[in-house]
Design a protein around this ligand. Structure first.
Ligand SMILES: NC(=O)c1ccc[n+]([C@@H]2O[C@H](COP(=O)([O-])OP(=O)(O)OC[C@H]3O[C@@H](n4cnc5c(N)ncnc54)[C@H](O)[C@@H]3O)[C@@H](O)[C@H]2O)c1
Length: 302
């Protein structure tokens, strides 16, 4: 399968492309970006590096070249700045998504479409509404929230990351919902104490503000590359295990008309199944509130 990355000169697009190349997840990677010289420098540099690592080759591309790709990753965005919420990018980034989708329509139909551009839930829904491909093709990338939840639990319990399973659903933003009844250590259900839950919530809750305070002008591209590689691998090879993705719901979780983080089984058709899980009362309440919030954001971005 071939991967096309729109916004391939950026932090997220380039790191995701590089890791997909190192891992040999796809046969070829095509990068599109308006910053052409930066794109050329990435293509030269990555091809040299990848010669030593895999058979995957990277090419600079235009929209017509994306017709030959099976999976598209949207990472085009306004430049990163210090913000209080990912929703601060909504207006500008929805316009970028609109422009990208207008260009894609001329060449592509029914591709698997991963949205990374923030705010992810809104941008994923808008991409679907602009392109009108089947909803199962649209995968909003939100698994960094689950990775950070596992990282926080691993720190609080002082256990290796690999021993922990956990799941965060909801908005990729302030409306994220860590499911503390879905924490497992070595495959066995683990009940965290109230003090441990408070500590984990502090770690994941403070993370975004602390990162923004650095004013680095770069998004967390390395974490995203790891998560996106897992998504691409699941799409190419199929996955038994559900991954958290922002999916366009049409009745699942009793919601419709939005994209929101839920557990999804991925395969060659995109989202092959949305796993239905029973939510605890307080999580269910927050899920409804968050869904209403995202629908409001979608209306404001139209
Ligand atoms: N979903 C997640 O978990 C997650 C994680 C990290 C970053 N992000 C988001 O991903 C997006 C990209 O982040 P980044 O750090 O790579 O930003 P970046 O500024 O490094 O890269 C964005 C790239 O998009 C390009 N671009 C802008 N408009 C374009 C257009 N119309 N067509 C083609 N290319 C265009 C720019 O030239 C730039 O190279 C942001 O919205 C960021 O917030 C999401």
């Amino acid at each position: 399968m071939k991967l096309g990355v729109i916004g391939g000169s950026g932090q997220l697009g380039s790191t995701a492309a590089f890791l997909a190349g190192v891992k040999g997840l796809v046969s070829e990677i095509r990068l599109v970006d308006i910053n052409e010289n930066l794109l050329k420098s990435h293509v030269l540099d990555m091809n040299q590096a990848l010669s030593a690592e895999s058979n995957v080759r990277v090419a600079g591309a235009g929209y017509a070249d994306l017709a030959g790709c099976d999976i598209l990753l949207l990472a085009a965005a306004l430049p990163e700045r210090s913000v209080s919420s990912r929703n601060d990018y909504l207006k500008g980034n929805v316009e970028i998504v609109r422009g990208v989708c207008d260009s894609l329509k001329n060449y592509c139909d029914g591709k698997i479409f991963i949205t990374a551009t923030n705010p992810v839930d809104v941008c994923n829904y808008m991409a679907h509404s602009f392109l009108k491909w089947d909803r199962n093709k649209f995968i909003g990338f939100c698994s960094n929230d689950t990775l950070r939840l596992k990282w926080a639990i691993s720190g609080v319990l002082n256990l290796g990351f690999d021993r922990i399973e956990a799941l965060c659903i909801g908005e990729h933003g302030e409306g994220q919902i860590p499911l503390f009844d879905q924490v497992f250590v070595d495959g066995a259900r683990k009940v965290l104490s109230p003090e441990q839950i408070v500590r984990v919530k502090e770690l994941i809750g403070n993370w975004f503000a602390d990162y923004q305070k650095l004013q680095s002008g770069r998004s967390p591209g390395w974490t995203s590359a790891v998560g996106l590689a897992a998504v691409i691998q699941a799409l190419v090879k199929g996955s038994e295990k559900a991954l958290p993705c922002s999916a366009i719901l049409d009745g699942e979780f009793n919601e419709r008309g939005l994209s929101i983080g839920v557990p999804c089984r991925l395969g060659k058709n995109g989202i092959e199944e949305i796993a239905q899980i029973k939510l605890q009362d307080q999580d269910e309440k927050k899920f409804r509130e968050t869904a209403a919030k995202i629908r409001g954001l979608i209306r404001s971005g139209v």
